[in-house]
Structure formats: C-alpha cells, structure tokens
Write a protein that binds this ligand. Structure first.
Ligand code: ZN
Length: 64
C-alpha cells in the first residue's frame, strides 16, 4: 500500500504528493521534484507512538 504524503519542495516551494512505500519502514531516498526536477532527499520514519503512521520530511540534497 502506498499512502499519499503531502510535502513541500525545498527548492521551489511547490506542494507535492509523494507515494511512500510504508512496507519498507524507515528509509531515505532521492526523488526528483515533479515541478522543478531537482533532487530532494526524502526521509521516512515510522511513528512509534502512532498506528504505523509515517513521518516524512524532505531536504535539499546538498544539505543532506
Ligand atoms: Zn521543486
């Protein structure tokens, strides 16, 4: 199951919807912004105090 997660591009500030593979657990990967095509580092953590909800953040690749 790939739940949609709303994030904001760290480069151009456009809202994006990512589909994160929650079966993979905590992970980080690079995904190109759908708007400006620059590489964002997507970090996924699973909230331990929730019901498996994902905590997703994005950063510029050059700050990772
Ligand atoms: Zn962008």
């Amino acid at each position: 199951m790939l739940p949609p997660v709303d994030v904001t591009c760290p480069y151009c500030g456009e809202p994006l919807t990512l589909f994160v593979d929650d079966s993979a657990g905590a992970q980080s990967y690079v995904e190109d912004c759908h708007v400006c095509c620059r590489p964002m580092v997507v970090r996924v953590r699973v909230r331990v105090d929730g019901d498996g909800e994902l905590d997703v953040s994005v950063d510029r690749e050059d700050e990772a």
